[in-house]
Design a protein around this ligand. Structure first.
Ligand SMILES: [Zn+2]
Ligand SMILES: [Zn+2]
Length: 98
């Protein structure tokens, strides 16, 4: 009898602890600052995958020998030097982002 009571109290304690943790996580997720940080990180990520020439298509061509992934398939054939480091382009490799 005594053992049963102790077990049930222990269970309640665990439940309360879990609830507290959930509330803390939710509070952190919905804070304005974090949302802004996520949004700006998202924006940065999007910008790094956009073609540096047309800023419209996503990057899909790697320049050789510098190795920069900076242009889409439409712009790459039209330029002579890498838009990032201005190295003369000797070749290109089609890249696929998965
Ligand atoms: Zn482009
Ligand atoms: Zn380059």
């Amino acid at each position: 009898m005594l053992l049963k009571t102790a077990t049930s109290n222990h269970k309640d304690e665990i439940l309360v602890k879990d609830n507290n943790r959930c509330e803390k996580i939710e509070a952190r997720m919905s804070s304005d600052m974090d949302l802004k940080a996520i949004a700006s990180e998202n924006e940065q990520l999007r910008n790094t995958t956009l073609c540096k020439v047309c800023l419209d298509e996503h990057v899909s061509v790697v320049f050789l020998p510098c190795g920069h992934l900076a242009c889409c398939g439409h712009c790459a054939p039209a330029i002579r030097a890498c838009p990032v480091c201005e190295t003369f382009i000797k070749g290109t490799v089609k890249a696929f982002l998965s």
